[in-house]
Design a protein around this ligand. Structure first.
Ligand SMILES: Cc1ncc(C[n+]2csc(CCOP(=O)(O)OP(=O)(O)O)c2C)c(N)n1
Ligand SMILES: [Mg+2]
Length: 325
């Protein structure tokens, strides 16, 4: 691995932070302290950290409903993220966005979107602005296999290709859209094959291999930064949890779940770091302790934070005043 040791250990730490942050949310749902829909990306840490690590800070990135990991990979503060998810006033959106509409503008991460599809067309707008600025930055949008069957996916890629927008569409194919398996609802073996319909590069990468993701995004981003237009990357990933916390997952067998967990990208990366002599077990343990300490701090921050005051209920809203006729 050619990256500096410091960067590789940072990538390892981010993967761990995502895993334990999300597991702590699962515990909160089970314990009854976190209501509402929470979609976790446990098992998808390598895709998130691999792809974000290949970007510039000045690039833009947005996602859909399963993107806590994306924000942690993008260096968002876990305390403010957790506060947002729990509806606290210290959260990134003052507690009004929650898990599904988490936006961290200071990290060029304008948000996740609970509706599948529009984020891909919105990303074209961001890419157009970046194209006009002409500084070589790109606009990256994440979405799932399920979202790739929607019209916006095709409309967005078509226009991005016609206008040679600096846009990178990343499909995180975790094999399921809620309970529907990709094998039953997808017209192609690899979703990246759909890129051919728009005359743009399309490639598929193993999402449990963090370095493969990193390299694919680095190379593709070079192509886009050179003004050659958009591209599509499909990351084959695994969704360890249900569609939402509380989903009984009757549509999956225990054997399928066990096979999936064997592919875990975290121990695979640990082994690579050890086998290649990049880090010692003691150094990895140190990183694990750092990640745990950061989570403890984040939980304390959220628990000490207040809910927004009642008089704030109508601020930050866009609404149309309707009069009776
Ligand atoms: C336009 C629209 N239709 C339906 C839904 C309901 N819905 C939420 S998530 C989801 C499945 C998404 O699957 P995928 O895109 O593969 O993402 P994943 O949940 O696997 O990360 C659906 C159908 C929605 N949010 N938006
Ligand atoms: Mg999916």
């Amino acid at each position: 691995m050619e990256l500096p040791k410091e960067k590789l250990l940072e990538m390892y730490e981010k993967m761990l932070k995502i895993r334990i942050f999300e597991e702590s949310l699962a515990d909160a749902v089970t314990g009854g302290t976190l209501p509402g829909f929470v979609h976790l990306g446990v098992g998808q840490e390598a895709p998130m950290v691999g792809l974000v690590s290949a970007l510039r800070e000045s690039d833009w990135i947005s996602g859909t409903h399963r993107e806590h990991g994306l924000m942690i990979a993008r260096d968002a503060d876990m305390g403010r993220m957790r506060a947002e998810i729990f509806g606290k006033v210290t959260g990134y959106c003052k507690g009004k966005g929650g898990s599904m509409h988490l936006a961290v503008f200071e990290k060029n991460a304008p948000g996740c979107n609970g509706i599948l599809g529009p984020n891909q067309t919105i990303n074209n707008g961001i890419a157009l602005a970046l194209q006009k600025k002409g500084e070589g930055d790109i606009a990256v949008v994440l979405f799932g296999d399920g979202a790739s069957h929607r019209g916006e996916f095709h409309e967005a890629l078509n226009l991005a290709s016609c206008w040679k927008l600096p846009s990178l569409a990343i499909c995180v194919n975790n094999e399921y859209g809620i309970s529907g398996c990709v094998d039953d609802v997808c017209s192609v073996e690899d979703i990246s094959a759909r890129a051919a319909g728009y005359g743009i590069p399309g490639l598929t990468v193993d999402g449990n291999d963090i370095m493969a993701v990193y390299e694919a995004v680095t190379e593709t981003a070079k192509h886009i930064r050179a003004g050659k237009g958009p591209a599509l990357i499909e990351i084959k990933a695994t969704r360890w949890k249900g569609h939402f916390e509380g989903d009984p997952q009757h549509y999956r067998t225990p054997e399928e779940m066990a096979a999936m967990k064997k592919k875990d990208g975290i121990p695979r990366f640990e082994k690579e770091l050890l086998d290649q002599g990049i880090a010692t077990e003691a150094e990895l343990e140190n990183v694990r302790n750092q990640a745990q300490a950061a989570l403890t701090e984040a939980i304390e921050f959220e628990e000490k934070s207040d809910y927004p005051p009642l008089e704030e209920i109508f601020t930050d809203l866009v609404y149309e005043e309707r009069r009776a006729v």
